[in-house]
Design a protein around this ligand. Structure first.
Ligand SMILES: [Zn+2]
Length: 128
């Protein structure tokens, strides 16, 4: 059994997510995340902007059927302009990949970020 407990991602990717969230606020920002699973850890290596039509329209509107089949997509990141770090039912129902990263308003650093698995369980977040 592989149980992921930790997600590591480069500082530059965290900064890009936070800055994009600030720029688009009060709309939602959304990114796809690429990376690898190793034992109990997921390492994010790349951030991908989803199709332009959906950008800023919210995570729940991400048209999953229009997405290219890409097994390197390991999860998604999106913002919560409401300021809540908790996942919504829509977040869990529309999850892509293995992890869901959320950043909440005012997006001022790691304490405004949380990462979950698809069951909605919180994982450790490590910035490298
Ligand atoms: Zn959400």
């Amino acid at each position: 059994m592989n149980l992921v407990v930790e997600v590591s991602l480069p500082k530059e990717i965290v900064q890009m997510i936070l800055e994009s969230a600030k720029t688009l606020h009060p709309k939602e920002t959304i990114f796809l995340l690429r990376g690898k699973t190793r034992r109990d850890m997921i390492s994010i290596s790349e951030i991908v902007i989803p199709p332009l039509a959906t950008y800023g329209n919210g995570f729940a509107n991400l048209p999953t059927r229009m997405m290219p089949i890409d097994f390197s997509i390991i999860g998604t990141a999106h913002s919560h302009p409401s300021g809540s770090l908790a996942l919504s039912v829509q977040d869990l129902n529309h999850a892509l990949g293995k992890i869901i990263l959320v950043t909440a308003h005012p997006y001022n650093g790691l304490e405004y970020c949380a990462v979950y698995n698809r069951k909605g369980e919180k994982l450790r977040l490590r910035v490298t």
